[in-house]
Write a protein that binds this ligand. Sequence first.
Ligand SMILES: Nc1ncnc2c1ncn2[C@@H]1O[C@H](COP(=O)(O)OP(=O)(O)OP(=O)(O)O)[C@@H](O)[C@H]1O
Ligand SMILES: [Mg+2]
Length: 248
Amino acid sequence: MLKVENLMVFYENALAINELSIHVEEGEIVGIIGSNSAGKTTLVNTLSGLLLDTQLKEKRKGGERITIFGRITFLGKDITNLWADERVKMGIVLSRERHPVFVESDVEENLKIAAYITTKKEMKENIAFVYKVFPSLVPLRKRKAGFLSGGEQQMLAIGMSLMAKPRLLLLDEPLLGLSPTIQVKLIESIVQIRKDANVTILICEQFARPVLPIIDKGYVLENGMLTLEGTGKELYNNPEIKAAYFGV
Ligand SMILES: Nc1ncnc2c1ncn2[C@@H]1O[C@H](COP(=O)(O)OP(=O)(O)OP(=O)(O)O)[C@@H](O)[C@H]1O
Ligand SMILES: [Mg+2]
């Protein structure tokens, strides 16, 4: 479904992604495991096309800081130079790091704002699906997003991504800042999203322990380089992973 070949991303002359090749098959949950500044956000921003937008903005200001090499193919089509909005229409939807939501709008308004690419009928179905996957949001539907807890905001942010009917959902550190109990709950919802909505999921995380059991395969990134890949089970049992990511 998604193929990334020899991707390299530079910020000025600092290399953030180095010769990265990965692939995601339809229906899979794939993990990108990496600690701080491994290149996770850079990768999903490149996949969603956001980085091209940033690159353009910087060019307009007269600077050319971001350089991208390599090739990205989605459903057999070369999307390397496609803008973010065109990628959303193709079904690539990113739920960004630190769950950005509209704090002055209530939960349901946030979901409606995120439904800009669908019809009214689809919007209703999608809202129902979001409440099914995240039942904790139901009693909060009229609450301003700014008054939600971190975990509830994260659920809302993922819910907003679901409003665009993704085929490939990119999740950038969904577990960040959440308590272990909420992390487990969120992970269960992610599994349910794959099952019920038939969505393929790429999840970037530094918290490997809760993520590895649910992924079909994973890639470990360190300083922009792929250092290890394997099935979720292989990575879970790997002593290096245990030492680096399980805090033992
Ligand atoms: N806009 C930018 N300008 C310059 N350097 C950047 C920019 N964004 C990221 N970098 C650098 O690129 C590298 C990868 O950063 P990135 O944010 O992709 O990592 P990450 O894995 O998402 O980290 P974190 O877990 O902290 O979110 C880092 O060295 C970072 O300092
Ligand atoms: Mg990041």
